[in-house]
Design a protein around this ligand. Structure first.
Ligand SMILES: *Cc1c(COP(=O)(O)O)cnc(C)c1O
Length: 357
């Protein structure tokens, strides 16, 4: 068995040699011109991925840092957490731990959040901030973001925070068009960078709200991000090596072309879907709402998933994921996020066949 186990699990995903090379550039001061140039250089690429003319702030934290931070910046009243899987359920717990009154809009795991459901709850009033996870990585379910954003537009008094951790760079996420207030994502999933960095954009309305909210703290304060952004800097010492790696990744994305990148994800995802059907497995999420960057497979055949992954690992030095949280073993997940190609995904599927019992 090689010491390098390639990850086909949905986060962290495999990181390329080129990215690691970018990581080990010599260190620079974070208040000097070299850093300011680096910060400014990554902005256009990030803005293009976010479909925005707003700044894209860089946070030295995992996604949860900004998921919690967004609540701390925006919340004056009641939070509504749209919940349909492990990450979106957890956001409700996080809101409560921050001391907010947080209501659940709970849907069965694997099912999408629908615009009808969101609209019905918002019509009852009394909601200040909505949290939504575009793509529930635990269940492989993608909720209809455009339709949900259209509902949110009908309630301009409600602020919205949308997590695109496993969908940004897989499918287009046009922040400005959607009209949502915070868009956030992390580095270790669709971006195929190591974990430890997150990105976020905030609408004008979101910035205005933050200015009115007390107790925002310092580390995730939107106003600090904005003030420092204006000088091409971050509030505290950022993970500079990671930003070099991001610069390298944005070059890769530009070289491939965004449309080609989206098409590549759609194709590799379709390859996995064909395999799932051909092998007599089912999908955990319904047709029309399935993730494009990963596949959550229902273990309807009752195979020993952990043993299968063990064989895959020892024979081919790679792994898929054996299911997340309460659906571990009942499901397994295959990621096609990041740098995977038709060739690497076809290879993986052949290896899965070879190691199946
Ligand atoms: C992985 C994931 C997170 C959590 O990210 P961390 O980097 O562990 O903080 C949040 N939301 C979604 C949708 C995820 O897939």
């Amino acid at each position: 068995m090689s010491s390098h186990i390639k990850l086909f699990s949905p986060g962290p995903v495999e990181v390329s040699e080129k990215t690691f090379q970018a990581f080990r550039k010599p260190m620079i001061g974070h208040r000097g011109n070299d850093f300011k140039k680096l910060y400014a250089a990554v902005q256009p690429g990030l803005q293009q991925l976010f479909g925005t003319t707003r700044p894209v702030f860089i946070s030295t934290s995992s996604s949860w840092g900004v998921m919690e931070g967004a609540l701390r910046n925006l919340t004056k009243g009641k939070v509504l957490n749209c919940m349909n899987g492990a990450f979106s359920d957890k956001w409700n717990d996080v809101a409560k731990r921050c001391g907010y009154e947080a209501e659940k809009l709970q849907v069965e795991w694997g099912k999408p959040i629908t615009p009808e459901l969101l609209k019905a709850r918002l019509e009852q009033g009394d909601i200040d901030v909505v949290t939504l996870i575009h793509n529930e990585t635990s269940t492989g379910c993608m909720s209809p973001l455009k339709d949900l954003a259209d509902v949110l537009k009908q309630f301009p008094e409600v602020l919205s925070v949308v997590d695109t951790v496993s969908s940004c760079t897989v499918v287009p996420i046009p922040f400005d068009e959607l009209g949502i207030d915070v868009l956030l994502t992390g580095s270790q999933k669709a971006f195929a960078l190591p974990p430890g960095m997150a990105f976020l954009s905030v609408s004008e309305k979101g910035m205005k709200r933050a200015a009115e909210v007390k107790g925002r703290g310092y580390y995730f304060d939107f106003l600090e991000f904005q003030k420092n952004h204006e000088g091409d800097m971050t509030p505290s010492t950022p993970v500079i090596s990671h930003i070099y790696a991001l610069q390298s990744k944005l070059e890769d994305i530009a070289a491939e072309g965004l449309e080609n990148r989206y098409a590549r994800h759609a194709k590799t995802n379709a390859l996995v879907a064909e395999w799932v059907k051909a092998r007599g497995f089912e999908f955990f999420a319904p047709e029309g709402y399935r993730s494009v960057g990963l596949t959550c497979v229902k273990n309807n055949k009752g195979v020993d998933v952990a043993a299968w992954i063990g064989r895959l690992k020892s024979k081919y030095s790679c792994i898929i994921d054996g299911g997340y949280g309460k659906i571990k073993g009942e499901t397994f997940r295959i990621s096609n996020m990041g740098d995977e190609t038709e060739e690497t995904i076809s290879q993986l599927l052949a290896w899965l066949d070879d190691t199946a019992e």
